[in-house]
Write a protein that binds this ligand. Structure first.
Ligand code: KG4
Ligand code: ZN
Length: 337
């Protein structure tokens, strides 16, 4: 079974062809990072315009790289939410038109479910699950828009354990990188700077929010801002790298401690880590050191937004229900559980 996945929920225009929910035949991502870098974050109106320009060539490239034509596909899976309304509309409307004209079923997919099902794709990468998954599982989704701990009892049986009450982890990385004038996106530049820094040079707070699996990063962000304000004039490089290191240490400490606690309490067989922030090597290492069960990670292209994960999640729904809900609409605030 071959499914074309389409993803346009934020700032990546992506299309991919996946066979049997496991084999990636193609995975094309057109990133808008350069476009949004000047604003230090995603500019929604510009994102949707860029999707309009990119969607046709990206889908054509995905079919070309997979060596398939429309007639070789069994269905199209598309992200319907959560995400930016203008961005979601481009992908969903393109997918509706393509599915109608090619007489293919159309499967709406929750973007977060996509991040979970990225782990069902076979990649051969170090640290990946590659077919070894058994329920119950715990998922940590950490991206620019999400920070969530989700329990997976079975396929499509999810339990929301907790999430951020304010900024997402990736959003905190992006905002702090902007304060430190390190560039955008914040995650990779902070990780790079932090390698030269001393985590103990600053003590930034950790919002433990006891007895919950919720997170909060806005206080941490404010602390970095306050600490930075004490230095007038040119800021020495040492200060910047130390702040980056101490900030990253605080985020990683809370994420890994809560994940380890949830993995133990719910007796899961493994932890799945997804989303752009899961590219962070310090987070990966700390999770592996603290969590008692295997921690599965993904190659970079599958950590950040992509359409292979949407096709993988779509395969599951296609097997369960082959009806196309043509009246489907975007759901910008869609929840997983
Ligand atoms: O999953 P993603 O591509 O898009 C969203 O759905 O948001 O994640 C993008 C986020 C950005 O906030 C970026 O700063 C963060 O992932 N990120 C990282 C790293 N690489 C990307 N955060 C921490 N460390 C990294 N190495
Ligand atoms: Zn995402």
């Amino acid at each position: 079974m071959r499914i074309l996945g389409i993803e346009t929920s934020c700032d990546e225009t992506a299309a991919a062809v996946v066979a049997d929910g496991q084999s990636i035949l193609s995975n094309v991502v057109a990133s808008q990072v350069k476009l949004h870098a000047q604003y230090g974050g995603v500019f929604p109106e510009m994102a949707s315009r860029a999707h309009v320009e990119a969607i046709v060539p990206v889908v054509e490239q995905a079919l070309y790289e997979a060596h398939v034509g429309w007639c070789d596909l069994d269905a199209i899976a598309v992200t319907c939410g959560p995400g930016l309304p203008g961005s979601l509309l481009v992908g969903l409307n393109f997918a509706k038109g393509a599915a109608w004209s090619q007489a293919l079923p159309l499967i709406p997919v929750n973007h977060l479910e996509g991040h979970l099902y990225a782990h069902w794709l076979h990649t051969g990468a170090a640290g990946a699950a590659d077919g070894k998954l058994e329920f119950p599982l715990l998922a940590l989704i950490v991206s620019g828009g999400h920070t969530e701990l989700i329990l997976l009892h079975a396929h499509q049986k999810y339990e929301y354990l907790g999430g951020t009450l304010d900024d997402a982890a990736g959003e905190a990385f992006d905002k702090v990188a902007r304060m430190l004038e390190l560039g955008y996106p914040g995650g990779p530049v902070i990780e790079r700077a932090a390698r030269q820094g001393n985590v103990r040079a600053f003590t930034f707070p950790r919002a433990w929010l006891p007895d919950t699996y919720n997170f909060s990063f806005s206080g941490l962000k404010t602390s970095v801002m306050r600490a930075l304000r004490q230095y007038n004039g040119p800021r020495p490089q040492r200060l910047i790298v130390d702040m980056a290191a101490a900030f990253q240490d605080s985020v990683v400490d809370v994420l890994s401690a809560k994940t380890a606690q949830a993995a133990k309490s719910f007796k899961v067989t493994a932890v799945l880590v997804s989303g752009g922030v899961s590219a962070n090597t310090v987070l990966r290492e700390t999770l592996r050191a603290r969590v008692e069960v295997p921690v599965y990670t993904l190659p970079l292209i599958l950590c950040t937004d992509n359409a292979a994960m949407i096709a993988a999640a779509g395969t599951l729904h296609y097997q369960a229900d082959k009806q196309t809900p043509w009246e489907m609409d975007i759901e910008p605030g869609l929840k997983l559980a």
